[in-house]
Write a protein that binds this ligand. Structure first.
Ligand code: E4P
Length: 229
């Protein structure tokens, strides 16, 4: 399952882009509002950090059909190839997705809370649908089951639309959407960090270094190989 970073924090994007195998960055108006300032320059900087080959998902803020179409064009003009325009799952959003996808734009239909919304988004030509796992679980629904149903439906229909599961609070939720067959997930910096962190990994590594040092001091294996040649 592909992983994307769900943040607009430049420091986090630089770090995870360098160390983690992310295929892109996702934002939404709430995430961008946390950064403030010149948000257009900020989006340009995100594109500069991740490069032209990675995905950058940016949500429209316009609400009318014409407004969404024009804003989508402006977003892609600003940020170039591999830019995905996020459009919320409304009747106007579906209409805009039908038009924009027919013109070759990559659309991520967002705020997906049900399999029927995902079906409409897929039929409208969306490249991705973004079901919100935690927001479903917050209202006592089963976010993982919804993702699983969407994936089964997509498998049956053989659509090219992929799931980019979103809204995670835990590592377990991320693993469960991967097991449900989602093509991608976008996770915040904290959850991304927790995908890797494990206290037993830390103690295991510390033990390896301590045992090595007892026998070979500060020499590394690379140094010993160089000396023996
Ligand atoms: C992605 O499309 C969503 O904007 C995002 O993942 C929502 O996450 P949240 O529910 O933690 O705000």
């Amino acid at each position: 399952m592909k992983l994307l970073l769900d943040t607009a924090n430049l420091e986090d994007i630089r770090y995870f882009n360098e160390y983690f195998p992310i295929v892109g960055v996702t934002t939404n108006p709430t995430i961008l509002s946390r950064e403030g300032g010149d948000i257009v320059a900020h989006l340009r900087e995100i594109r500069k950090i991740i490069g032209d080959d990675k995905e950058l998902h940016v949500q429209v803020t316009e609400r009318t059909y014409e407004g969404i179409i024009e804003e989508a064009k402006a977003i892609v003009y600003l940020l170039g190839n591999n830019t995905y325009v996020k459009i919320p799952a409304t009747d106007v959003g579906i209409k805009a997705t039908r038009y924009l996808s027919s013109k070759g734009y990559s659309i991520t239909m967002t705020a997906i809370l049900s399999p029927s919304q995902a079906m409409l988004a897929s039929n409208a030509g969306a490249a991705y649908v973004a079901p919100y796992v935690s927001r479903l679980e917050n209202i006592c629904d089963d976010g993982i089951e919804i993702v699983s149903e969407i994936q089964k439906m997509f498998n049956v229909s053989k659509t090219e639309t992929q799931i980019i599961a979103a809204s995670f609070k835990t590592v377990r939720q991320v693993l469960n959407v991967a097991l449900a067959g989602a093509g991608a997930a976008t996770v915040c910096s904290e959850v991304m960090t927790n995908l890797l962190n494990h206290s037993t990994t830390d103690t295991s590594i510390a033990g390896f270094y301590a045992d090595w040092k007892k026998s070979f001091g500060d020499s590394t294996l690379r140094e010993l190989i160089a000396k023996s040649n």
